[in-house]
Design a protein around this ligand. Structure first.
Ligand code: NAD
Ligand code: DAU
Length: 340
């Protein structure tokens, strides 16, 4: 059995490490664990960008492969000590238009990762989402807790819920050494322009109006992506095998509030947005109770000023037009077809 010890040098495999959160985690580990070798394992789908890993080549390698490919994932797991599994199809709107890649990557892919860590006795951390719990109503005082029953709404969230259940079953049935985290909505640099915050920032940069689904009263619980990364490292360092931890930073905001703040920070009239077609089955509210991670593992978020974090994110998109522009037209063409 390979035992994870924070004081030892490690080889860490990061699936989905060329995506938004995975690449942030790779940069975070690169800075905070100078002795570690990092292997990114990524299929490089439309959602990835290997340029997010530039400058890290001395300790970060990239394997371009699919987690559903049994031989490749087995070999990659065998040559590492720790596996952090971010790879997934991640966008709800895409899952409504075309569910199969979600079933394949999120369920079959996670199954392949689990079989590999079982065979080679490696420590796994599985990355998941608060969406597995379904949604809360606007006037409900409660928040999601680790024992909240699963009740996912979309093809995306149901495949993530299924992947969590596979991990739980492999822990119980096969003694796989794994932990799970369910995090709320992330924001920050390198997020694909299909997601709410980058879409609206780049629409404004392009001289168009932000687009809010439905009434805009839906609430998401925002966390800076670097706080997600620090939460995951805390779980690797101190988490108890078999446990689920919720990662969140008390960042509840309605979509309208988020878009109005972006408009204001970009010097526009805060009401200058369009209300567009709603997302089918649109979850109303997410809210995370992270007290288990706070109290048992001593983790706290650092980026607690949402407006400041948003301002820095806007600056990043303004300064990195070359990074997002190649994806922008294709993304907007897809939204146009949906009337969103
Ligand atoms: P993303 O779409 O930006 O990145 C996903 C990455 O996985 C991409 O680099 C992609 O190429 C890779 N990938 C997809 N299918 C693959 C396959 N079959 N084999 C190998 N690589 C593959 O996603 P993200 O927003 O960075 O999310 C990462 C993880 O975090 C996901 O598991 C997601 O469910 C979870 N999560 C996301 C959020 C959020 O707000 N974005 C919140 C909580 C949890
Ligand atoms: O809660 C965690 C989840 O957060 C992650 O598991 C997902 O991977 C991630 O994509 C995100 O899911 P959401 O569906 O909440 O994120 P998205 O950015 O697509 O939308 C956020 C909210 O904004 C949601 O209520 C839909 C709305 N929206 C979205 C877009 C793209 C708009 O109003 N207008 C838009 O243009």
């Amino acid at each position: 059995m390979s035992v994870y010890n924070i004081y030892r040098m490690h080889k860490i495999l990061v699936t989905g490490g060329a995506g938004f959160i995975g690449s942030n985690f790779v940069r975070y580990i690169y800075r905070n664990r100078p002795g570690w070798q990092i292997e990114v394992y990524d299929k490089l789908t439309y959602a990835s960008d290997k340029s997010s890993l530039i400058g890290l080549e001395d300790r970060v390698s990239l394997t371009v492969a699919d987690i559903c490919d049994e031989n490749s994932i087995n070999e990659a797991v065998a040559r590492n000590d720790l596996i952090v599994h971010f790879a997934a199809e991640s966008h709800n709107d895409n899952s409504l238009a075309s569910p199969w890649p979600f079933v394949n990557t999120n369920l079959v892919g996670t199954y392949r990762v689990l079989e590999a860590v079982r065979q080679y006795h490696k420590r796994l951390h599985h990355i998941s989402t608060d969406e597995v719990y379904g949604d809360l109503s606007l006037n409900d005082p409660s928040k999601f807790k680790p024992d909240t029953p699963y009740n996912p709404s979309s093809p995306y969230s149901s495949t993530k819920a299924g992947s969590d259940l596979l991990v739980r079953a492999w822990i119980r049935s096969f003694d796989v050494q794994a932990t799970i985290s369910n995090c709320s909505n992330n924001y920050g640099p390198y997020q694909h322009v299909e997601k709410l915050i980058p879409r609206q920032i780049t629409e404004i940069i392009e001289g168009r109006k932000p687009k809010i689904y439905g009434t805009g009263d839906n609430i998401r619980d925002w966390i800076h992506v670097e706080d997600h990364s620090s939460g995951v490292l805390t779980i690797l360092d101190k988490g108890k095998i078999g446990e689920t931890y919720l990662i969140g930073a008390n960042g509840e905001k309605s979509n309208k509030e988020v878009v109005e703040t972006i408009l204001e920070l970009m010097g526009k009239d805060s009401k200058d947005y369009e209300l567009v077609n709603d997302r089918p089955g649109h979850d109303m509210r997410y809210a995370i109770d992270a007290s288990k991670l706070n109290n048992e593992l001593g983790w706290q978020p650092k980026f607690t000023d949402f407006k400041k974090g948003l301002q820095a994110t806007i600056k990043w998109y303004e300064a990195n037009r070359d990074w997002w522009l190649p994806q922008k037209n294709a993304t907007e063409a897809k939204y146009k077809e949906l009337g969103r």
